[in-house]
Design a protein around this ligand. Structure first.
Ligand SMILES: NC(=O)C1=CN([C@@H]2O[C@H](COP(=O)(O)OP(=O)(O)OC[C@H]3O[C@@H](n4cnc5c(N)ncnc54)[C@H](OP(=O)(O)O)[C@@H]3O)[C@@H](O)[C@H]2O)C=CC1
Ligand SMILES: O=C(O)[C@@H]1CCC=N1
Length: 282
């Protein structure tokens, strides 16, 4: 399979993470193009990565084999409708939360080969994880193309049901923010316990890194790893009891349910009108 040219529409946070990660994986800069309606943003990406970036979405679409839609869900319809007819064999990858394949096909053409993908920002460090779903028009070769792109920046998992993308969004798409929130909270608590801020932050960061690395490489699950830290009658036990009294698992579950619900709401608010439920339809 010859290496496809990949064009990003929207040169923001997620395009930066994906492009940065791919370049570290020795993807040639000439294979990556970007467009953004903001000329400064396009120029910034071109400077940062040495790739071609401009403001013309239509030209970009004509110049690439894989078109990666990385704009906010709120502008997706307008962006898709303004694109020229697709090149034969072109694969569309959308990373937008909540915008489903049916809406994308309404805006791009019912024969469009579409992969919906939910990546995350650690892709910049090639530690990303993505959920992928392909519509019926996607060929085996195009599935491989999508996998190669996402696997260059981490790992990817195919989903059988499109609806599960909302759950992936709640777990790993939004997930880095939950860990950053925990890092913020632990750093602040360490400071309250008397540590200098920098020290509290470094202790927290390396603990997070070590714990994640250990859990990824362990042959036992997270609860067993937690038990091994928790000496009977010791310090960890007290912390975990306090977390459990405050219903930590329920707090996390409620937050993730809110994220997933929001993804479903976006589909109704911003998707093609067929997605509106009968109560929404006048
Ligand atoms: N951030 C994340 O962690 C993740 C995000 N996603 C999804 O990725 C998508 C992008 O998110 P993110 O990168 O955070 O968003 P950003 O706002 O950082 O990036 C989107 C970029 O697209 C630009 N843009 C807006 N309108 C147009 C247009 N008509 N043509 C070309 N470019 C345009 C924006 O410009 P301007 O700022 O001027 O509007 C911005 O530079 C979203 O759909 C989101 O759901 C998925 C997984 C994780
Ligand atoms: O917050 C959002 O809507 C996007 C999708 C997942 C992460 N960021």
């Amino acid at each position: 399979m010859s290496a496809p040219v990949i064009g990003f529409i929207g040169a923001g946070n997620m395009a930066t993470s994906l492009i940065g990660g791919m370049l570290q994986q020795n993807v040639k800069p000439a294979r990556l193009l970007a467009s953004d309606h903001n000329p400064e943003q396009a120029a910034k990406l071109a400077r940062q990565f040495g790739i071609q970036a401009h403001t013309d979405n239509a030209r970009l679409a004509e110049d690439c084999d894989v078109l990666l839609l990385a704009v906010k869900p709120q502008v997706m319809q307008q962006v898709c409708r303004a694109l020229p007819a697709r090149k034969p064999g072109q694969l569309i990858i959308s990373i937008a939360a909540g915008i489903d394949c049916r809406s994308l096909a309404d805006w791009l053409g019912t024969d469009a080969a579409i992969v919906r993908c939910m990546p995350n920002t650690p892709s910049l460090r090639r530690q990303g994880v993505s959920g992928l779903f392909a519509n019926a028009n996607v060929s085996a070769t195009q599935k491989q193309q999508a996998e190669q792109i996402l696997n260059a920046v981490g790992i990817s998992l195919w989903l059988e049901e499109e609806q599960l993308i909302d759950a992936v969004t709640a777990v790993s798409g939004s997930g880095p923010a939950y860990f950053f929130y925990l890092i913020e909270a632990m750093t602040a608590a360490g400071e309250q316990l008397g540590l200098p801020r920098d020290t509290a932050e470094r202790l927290t960061l390396f603990t997070a890194l070590g714990a994640a690395d250990m859990a990824v490489h362990s042959d036992v699950d997270a609860s067993e790893l937690r038990r091994r830290v928790s000496s009977p009658g010791g310090t960890t036990e007290q912390a975990i009891k306090s977390f459990a009294n405050d219903d930590f698992p329920a707090i996390i579950a409620r937050g993730m349910q809110a994220a997933s619900r929001r993804a479903a709401e976006l589909a109704v608010e911003l998707g093609s009108s067929d997605n509106a439920t009968s109560e929404d339809t006048p």
